[in-house]
Design a protein around this ligand. Structure first.
Ligand SMILES: Cc1cc2nc3c(=O)[nH]c(=O)nc-3n(C[C@H](O)[C@H](O)[C@H](O)COP(=O)(O)OP(=O)(O)OC[C@H]3O[C@@H](n4cnc5c(N)ncnc54)[C@H](O)[C@@H]3O)c2cc1C
Length: 450
């Protein structure tokens, strides 16, 4: 059994046994130790790189995936686990931002995102605790309630199967007095992100791709007839290359690539299993829940009754710790029955933020492609963008792909993004805190805010 993953290795006792039992084992791979040729080389074994590898290998191309660490080591093995049927934004905003034609493709693809992921899970029989209970978005202030109601009207006009829950239904679905309005989207789903990443790895290998873990690409050289990727103990010569390095994009592999993304740290925390009484109250239908606050609102139940939550923490520290006190305060406010809940494990991962927060494919040079910008919505979108990149790499055009294709632009304030984002995060923390104090029992009988 391989236990070299960041999560399994650090978890102690029953949680480690539990994760091992419900996660696919990492497929066996060997590091690259010689000089080899291939049609397409892919850097990064997360959802994007692995989905590209599956698409290419299925079409008969020879594929090598080069991964610095292990399968799913990046954001793909560390996610919260929700698959939403929307992008980061609701359909009307996507239309305003991208124009009707591109928005129709993007909104349609997002709506079909959970189906796409489940088609892979079913075809390759992945063990990743995936379930489709739908998902919930609740409003955390009266102003956001009005916004959610307007969104619900727009979604109804578009004939999407999303339902606005009234106060009684909101309370029944969530089990909390904190909210009085929520959107229920029956298309949403959740899964064990690391299990899905490993499942994609196994699928890519079964289709004929070769994956080399513990193989960091140090240099990418243009040659007369393709590219050479240099790693510590070998090299790959490829006619085409896909860089699926996400928040780890680096100017060392291609000038400007690292400066086109803003990597921001996000944290997750897992509790002990909830008791029987709490399980009857807290999210009894097991829908993952987000609310409209600015920072980290995700809460979901694992199949064995543990709670996994998105948590605030230092936005740029590699070894930063999730803020336990913030989790305790928020979860106790939402679910007073959980005031003594023990939190057993936490971890952080880098999210690839971009200025407009839309995932895109980027042609970098002849035979060289990249794609990123999921901004925390990459389970379905990474799977989709990987397929798009694979199609582009073998001669496809925007007629064969779904997500927008753009020219790479370094972000002009990249050199000072950390202090700027730190200021923004503090503003959001204060806003969220004040709204929690003010509207702690929005869904209680007392309809007036405290
Ligand atoms: C804490 C957290 C919670 C999230 N929650 C959700 C969620 O609930 N729902 C959702 O849809 N999305 C979520 N996301 C976002 C989602 O996880 C990502 O968008 C998605 O995993 C991106 O996949 P990827 O393959 O593009 O990148 P990654 O999974 O980050 O993979 C990139 C890989 O490239 C490798 N690499 C980088 N440089 C090199 C190199 N030079 N040589 C070799 N290998 C290299 C890295 O080691 C890494 O494994 C979350 C992200 C985080 C961090």
């Amino acid at each position: 059994m391989q236990l070299d993953n960041f999560l399994l290795a650090k978890a102690q006792g029953p949680l480690s046994e539990y994760l091992s039992a419900m996660t696919e084992l990492e497929p066996e791979t060997v590091p690259l130790t010689s000089d080899v040729d291939t049609d397409v080389a892919i850097v990064g074994a997360g959802y994007t790189g692995l989905s590209a590898a599956i698409e290419l290998a299925k079409k008969g191309h020879s594929v090598r995936v080069l991964e610095a660490h292990s399968i799913g080591w990046g954001a793909s093995g560390r996610a919260w686990g929700q698959i939403a049927a929307f992008s980061k934004f609701m359909p009307a905003k996507v239309e305003r931002d991208l124009g009707e034609a591109i928005a129709a493709k993007v909104n349609g693809a997002c709506a079909a995102g959970p189906d796409l992921v489940f088609s892979f899970i079913d075809r390759y029989q992945m063990r990743c605790s995936a379930y489709r209970t739908g998902n919930l978005v609740s409003a955390h202030t009266p102003a956001k309630e009005a916004e959610l109601e307007a969104i619900a009207r727009d979604l109804e006009r578009r004939k999407l199967p999303v339902q606005l829950l009234d106060k009684a239904a909101t309370k029944a679905y969530i089990g909390s007095e904190r909210y009085s309005v929520a959107l229920f989207d029956p298309r949403g789903a959740s899964l064990n992100p690391l299990g899905y990443a490993r499942g994609l790895g196994r699928a890519a290998i079964s289709e004929g791709a070769v994956i080399h873990c513990r193989t960091p690409v140090r240099q990418l050289e243009k040659m007369m007839d393709g590219w050479r990727l240099r790693t510590p103990a070998g090299s790959v010569k490829a006619s085409r290359v896909i860089l699926a390095t996400n928040a780890f994009n680096s100017d060392e592999l291609f000038p400007g690539l690292g400066r086109a993304v803003l990597p921001v740290r996000a944290y997750q925390m897992i509790s002990e299993p909830l008791g029987k009484e709490a399980l009857e109250i807290v999210l009894p239908g097991k829908q993952p829940l987000n609310d409209t606050r600015k920072l980290f609102s995700g809460v979901r139940l694992w199949p064995d009754g543990r709670l996994q939550v998105g948590v605030d923490g230092p936005p740029f520290a590699m070894d930063g710790e999730a803020m336990l006190s913030a989790v305790r305060r928020r979860i106790t406010m939402m679910f007073p029955i959980l005031k003594d809940l023990r939190w057993e494990y936490s971890w952080g991962g880098w999210v690839d933020m971009t200025l407009d927060e839309y995932p895109r494919a980027y042609p970098l040079a002849d035979g060289l492609w990249t794609g990123f910008g999921f901004s925390g919505r990459g389970i379905a979108m990474g799977t989709l963008l990987g397929r798009d990149l694979a199609r582009l790499a073998v001669g496809g055009s925007d007629l064969d792909t779904v997500l927008p294709i753009s020219t790479l632009k370094p972000i002009w304030f990249h050199g000072i993004h950390r202090p700027l984002i730190n200021c923004l995060v503090w503003k959001y923390r204060i806003e969220d805190y004040l709204n929690d104090v003010r509207y702690a029992r929005l869904g209680s009988q007392n309809l007036h805010p405290l």
